[in-house]
Structures are given as structure tokens and as C-alpha cells.
Design a protein around this ligand. Structure first.
Ligand code: SAM
Length: 238
């Protein structure tokens, strides 16, 4: 397995090797299912959606991505592939999941390692709501984030708050399961009050709710420069 991205920005066969690990996971599932672990098909981002996330991140030319929620690494492999294809000389993928070893027996991280992506990715095993504040505090900057961790309203809200500080102005935040009211409501605040701009065409061929037609995953572009709204101008968002 390649150990680094080539200096001219091309990553050789490495992205193809990552794509092969992704295909194997999508077709045959994870190499093992730990006792009591959540079902692969239920938790993973579907392959078609992963492809779209990858394509969007490549188009954005990302070099650093923060991801919340590793599970079996479905989306993480797509993001790793995107980082290699985007051609940064110093790709970086921060993956946060407090339950990777307690619930998933490390299967997602092993899959990233099997694709050689431990050269690019680092795993943080604490809740994103605790870790992101510290990351923002040291001035860490990312081009994009993918959010698919806790789905409680208050946790998603805190995630998005800190990602608003970490993702650079003009960067993008992708939010999975936005069709759940708890997740959609948290996102609505940032859209309504802080100028996060939805990109409906960015993931246009992704999974939709068969009943409502609402998309599963939404992409937002962060405003540049970030606004400094007056609290008296608060707009109710639900
Ligand atoms: C739906 S799964 C993620 C699926 C993954 N995106 C994929 O495509 O395979 C949600 C993940 O969020 C993790 N999670 C739950 N609470 C979290 C928290 N507070 N911080 C970070 N991750 C969390 C879970 O352990 C689980 O792995």
C-alpha cells in the first residue's frame, strides 16, 4: 500500500485501492459483526450516497475533513478516497467516534487501516460534543465536515456550532439523516440564523425518504465572512 501522496498531487493507484475496499464493504458487509453491534445496512451511508459525498469533496478540492461517526467506515472510506483524489500534499481526516471499540470492536478503523488510510486519518474516541470544543480552541481548520454521530438535537446542535468555527468560511458541512426531525431542527437554526446556505444540487441523486421525498443528506456552504448576528434579530427556526 502506498504510504504517502505523491508530490505532484497525483495519488497513483491508492484511491483505486480504497475504492476496492469500499466496494467489498458495500457488497459483502463488514468482515465481522460484533455481538450486539448495530446492523451494518441500518447504520451505514448507502454506497450511492457515499459516491456523491466523495464527488462533492473532490470538486471542493478538500485537504482536511472532520468526520463524526465512524461505525463500519462506509462514509469514512468515501471521504478518505476523496482526500486522495483531491490531490492535497497533506491530506488529513479527523474521525470522531466514542463507540468504535465498545460497540463496533474496532471494525471501522481496521477497514480504514486495510486501505492504508491510517496514514491520513486519526481516530478520536471521545464524544464529538466534548472534543470539537477543544479542536476549535486550538484553531484547527478544516475544509469540510461530515456529521453522522449522535442524532440527539442537543448533540447535533453542539456539533454544528463548533464545526461553524472549525470549517473555514466558504467551506462545506454535510449532514446525514437530516430527514429526522431532531437533526433537521438543529440544522434549521444554522440555516435560518447564521446564513448556512443549502446546496440542494450537490447531492441531488442521493437517497430520499420514500414518503416525503426529503433528501437523507444535505450539504451546506458556510458564509464568508461569517456573520455576527445581533441576538435581537433571532429568527425562530422550527
Ligand atoms: C449512523 S452511525 C455512522 C455511520 C457511518 N457514517 C457510515 O457510513 O458507516 C453513527 C455513529 O455515530 C457514533 N456516535 C454516537 N454518538 C456519538 C458522539 N457523541 N460523538 C461521536 N460519534 C458518536 C456511533 O458510535 C456510530 O458509530
Amino acid at each position: 500500500m502506498s504510504s504517502m501522496v505523491q508530490p505532484d498531487g497525483a495519488a497513483g493507484e491508492w484511491p483505486e485501492e480504497v475504492a476496492a475496499v469500499r466496494r467489498e464493504l458495500a457488497e459483502h458487509g463488514p468482515p465481522r459483526s460484533p455481538d450486539g453491534a448495530p446492523d451494518f445496512a441500518t447504520v451505514t451511508l448507502p454506497e450511492r450516497d457515499c459516491d456523491q459525498v466523495r464527488d462533492l469533496l473532490v470538486d471542493e478540492g478538500v485537504g482536511t475533513v472532520v468526520e463524526i461517526g465512524l461505525a463500519y467506515a462506509g462514509s469514512a472510506l468515501a471521504i478518505g478516497e476523496a482526500l486522495l483524489r483531491a490531490g492535497s500534499a497533506t491530506p488529513r481526516h479527523v474521525v470522531i467516534d466514542p463507540f468504535q471499540y465498545t460497540a463496533y470492536d474496532g471494525v471501522g478503523w481496521e477497514l480504514l487501516c486495510s486501505a492504508g488510510l491510517d496514514d491520513v486519518a486519526e481516530l478520536v474516541t471521545e464524544p464529538s460534543q466534548q472534543f470539537l470544543g477543544r479542536l476549535a480552541g486550538v484553531g484547527f481548520a478544516a475544509d469540510a465536515a461530515f456529521v453522522d454521530g449522535s442524532h440527539h438535537f442537543h448533540n447535533v446542535f453542539v456539533d454544528l456550532h463548533f464545526l461553524g468555527e472549525i470549517v473555514r468560511p466558504g467551506g462545506i458541512v454535510l449532514l446525514d439523516d437530516v430527514w429526522w426531525p431532531s437533526v433537521g431542527a438543529a440544522a434549521a437554526y444554522f440555516e435560518t440564523n447564521l446564513g448556512w446556505h443549502p446546496l440542494p444540487d450537490a447531492l441531488a441523486d442521493g437517497t430520499t425518504d420514500p414518503d416525503s421525498g426529503r433528501p437523507r443528506t444535505r450539504a451546506y456552504r458556510l458564509p464568508a465572512p461569517p456573520p455576527t448576528p445581533d441576538f435581537k434579530e433571532f429568527r425562530p427556526f422550527c
